[in-house]
Structures are given as C-alpha cells and as structure tokens.
Design a protein around this ligand. Structure first.
Ligand code: AMP
Ligand code: MG
Length: 382
C-alpha cells in the first residue's frame, strides 16, 4: 500500500516528508473530564466514533487516539491528525474477549494463555487478521494488533461503543507519547473531535507487543509486561533485534512503528553509561565546560542532588523501573518546554521494566551513548 504522506498541517516540517494539507480546517475539540466511568460522556464519545470521528482517551499505558477500527476512513483520519505514515499500523482496542473472534483467523493455545494471564492489561498481541479488518487500519499488513485495556474509563468507553477502536498513542508523530490530557491537548487540540481527560496515566510507556504469527512468540516492543513475565506464562520467547539495535540495512523491525524516529526531544540527547560517580562527574564537567548552554540532566533519585548546575529532572529510583517508566515521557516533554540545548541522561538496567525504559531512551537519543570506564559493556545496545 502506498504511504500517503498527508498530515493535518499547513506547514509540516520539511524533514518529515509530509505534504501540507491545504484543505485543513481547524475543528473545535470538545474536552471532557472523566475520572470515573460516566454514561453521558461515554455515549457522547460512542456517537462520535460511530459517525467516523476521533476521540482521545486515557488507558493504563498512555493516552490513545481512537477511531472506529473497522472504518477505513476513520483510520485515515487518525493518520492525518497525527501526521503518522500510513504504513505504521494501528492497535485495535476491545472491551470483551468475544469481540476478538471476528477480527482474527486463528487463536493458538499460546494466545489463549497470554490473554488469560495478561488481559485486560498492557499487552498487545499480533494475529493474522480476518477480512473484517481494513488494510487502512493495519498499515497494509495481513496481521492485526489487538489489546484489551484494563483502565476503567477506557474499558467503559470501549464497552459503550461496542466496536473495536483503533488507537495509536495520542501524540503528533515523533513526539513522546502523552501521559496526561494536557500532553494530548498540546499535540491534537483543533485536529480531533474530542479529548477525554482521565488524569495522569498509571504506567507511562506503551504496551508490550508480542507477535503470535510464528511458531515461537516474538517480542516486538518491550513494555510494562516484561520478558520475564511472558516467559513465566508461555516459556521461551524470541526478541526482535530492533528492540536493541538501530534500524539499518540489516535490521528491519517487525513492528513497522519501531523504524521511525520516536520520542525525539528537540535537543540532542546522549546516554551516559558507567559507575554512578563517573557518570555524575562526566556530566558535571560538561556543564562546567559549556556555561553558555542550557544543559538538561535526566537523573535518578540517587544522583539528582549531585549535579552542579544544569536543569535536572529526576525520573525516579534506580531500583524502581516502573516509576522511571511512569515519569520518562513527561520529562522528555518538559525538556522541550524548558528549551534545553543538550540533554544528558543516566543509564538504566535492562532487567524487568528497564528494557522498555532503555528501548525508549535509546530511540530518544538516536542511539548516542557515551561509555565511560567501568560501564557494564552491554553490547546489546549498538
Ligand atoms: P502506538 O499505538 O502509537 O503505540 O503504535 C502501535 C505500534 O504497534 C507500532 O509500533 C506498530 O508498528 C505496532 N503494530 C501495530 N500493528 C502491528 C502489526 N500488525 N504487526 C506488527 N506491529 C504492529
Ligand atoms: Mg505511538
């Protein structure tokens, strides 16, 4: 399927490769608070979805930008609102297990086990798609990504709508995924019909994605549900090399979205690896050497107070990767707001939720790593 490079922008950045949408008319975006399931607002959202419109809503991972996943033109509107290349498929969100049957060709015992263990929750599974799912929703692929969110507001909205909702993260392409309604408003106000504000999300990084179309389940994107969790449920799983490696002639990610430069803060970013003392003193040296620059530091609780200058944002404790994951995208957006010239980030473990954190950080940094003496020579991240 050709990549339709249209986005809802009169002046898309030249580097994005998008054509401007000359026909753009700003729309009035309705903003509603919904901290708990509420019937009136859910019915309003369902009406918009059934009429082919777009509603952003909170999930337990990040905010999603939803449209009717079985309506090709609603999917096209999602791509246009986000300026998302149309070969980057959307995840279908469902409320009930019974909705799955019509969407996929077969459900393997491994799929049953994963759904029983992790649904509803932050796990997306890839199946062979049925005829019902339009190619516009799957970016031209014969497979479909499906997830059942556990967030009570998301679940209620999906149940009220009664249709599978295609929902990528509710950010403009290339920006960090939104973890608050404010982030969604920053990126999509005037481009979509409605934003449902359900407060700060719980997890903060996108769902774990597992491809079930081969013999062995394959992790395409790490998330809150970890490799260790998945292997405890179904035994050995493969890891798509694109999780660690920069996309190149030899590395083709199985999740098309992983090939795009994601989560890019406006400033250059480098990840500094080494013992804590070495990392802190390297970053302090950079701050001292460049008094004319605004330097941002993405720091852990253990080290945050040791930086002498710079704009330090603390994302959490080194032993609590769930906390770091929760705070990561908000911090990257904050650096943009602060207008920093350069960001240095501490490095994190790749165990547990740490793999999701390091995968997103590596993308944000364009794989720029400064390895200091004593750095754990983790050659995965090349
Ligand atoms: P987002 O919803 O913005 O987090 O993006 C959805 C992610 O799921 C992207 O990285 C997509 O490439 C990936 N994805 C969706 N459908 C498929 C599929 N059928 N096969 C592989 N990856 C998929
Ligand atoms: Mg996204």
């Amino acid at each position: 399927m050709p990549v339709k490079q249209i986005c809802k922008d009169r002046n898309p950045p030249e580097s994005s490769g998008f054509r401007p949408d000359e026909g753009l008319r700003e729309m009035k975006t309705i903003i509603r608070k919904m901290m708990q399931p509420d019937r009136k607002t859910a019915e309003e959202a369902a009406r918009i979805w059934r009429a082919g419109g777009l509603v952003a809503f909170p999930t337990e991972t990040v905010y999603g930008l939803g449209g009717n996943g079985l309506d090709a033109s609603a999917s096209e509107k999602i791509y246009a609102a986000k300026c998302r290349p149309s070969d980057n498929p959307l995840i279908l969100h469902i409320a009930e297990r019974s909705q799955l049957d019509g969407l996929v060709r077969k459900i393997t015992p491994q799929a049953e086990k994963l759904m029983k263990t992790f649904w509803p929750g932050p796990l997306t599974l890839i199946f062979e798609k049925s005829e019902q799912v339009p190619l516009e929703t799957t970016g031209g692929l014969q497979t479909a990504a499906i997830r059942m969110p556990s967030h009570p507001v998301a679940h209620y909205l999906l149940q009220t709508a009664g249709i599978p909702i295609a929902a990528p993260s509710a950010n403009r392409s290339g920006r960090p995924s939104p973890t608050t309604a404010h982030h969604v408003i920053e990126d999509l106000d005037g481009r979509i019909d409605m934003i449902i504000d359900g407060g700060d999300v719980g997890i903060g990084v996108e769902s774990t994605i597992v491809d079930l179309t081969g013999d062995i389940p394959c992790l395409l994107r790490p998330g809150y549900i970890t490799v260790e969790d998945l292997e405890a449920a179904v035994g050995k799983i493969d890891l798509d090399p694109a999780i660690y490696h920069q996309v190149s002639a030899n590395v083709h990610p199985k999740a098309p979205g992983m090939k795009y430069r994601h989560y890019a803060p406006k400033a250059d970013m480098a990840i500094v690896q080494g013992y804590d003392e070495a990392v802190v003193s390297y970053i302090n040296r950079q701050i001292a050497l460049h008094p004319d620059q605004k330097i941002g530091v993405l720091a852990t609780t253990e080290n945050a107070s040791k930086y002498q200058g710079g704009l330090v944002l603390c994302v959490g404790d080194q032993r609590n990767m769930a906390e770091v994951a929760h705070n990561l995208f908000g911090a990257l957006r904050r650096f943009d707001d602060l207008g920093v010239d350069q960001i240095y980030s501490e490095s994190f473990t790749t165990k547990g939720e740490g793999l999701a954190v390091m995968n997103r950080l590596m993308k944000a940094a364009g794989h720029t790593v400064i390895r200091l003496e004593g750095a754990d020579n983790d050659s995965h991240w090349m």
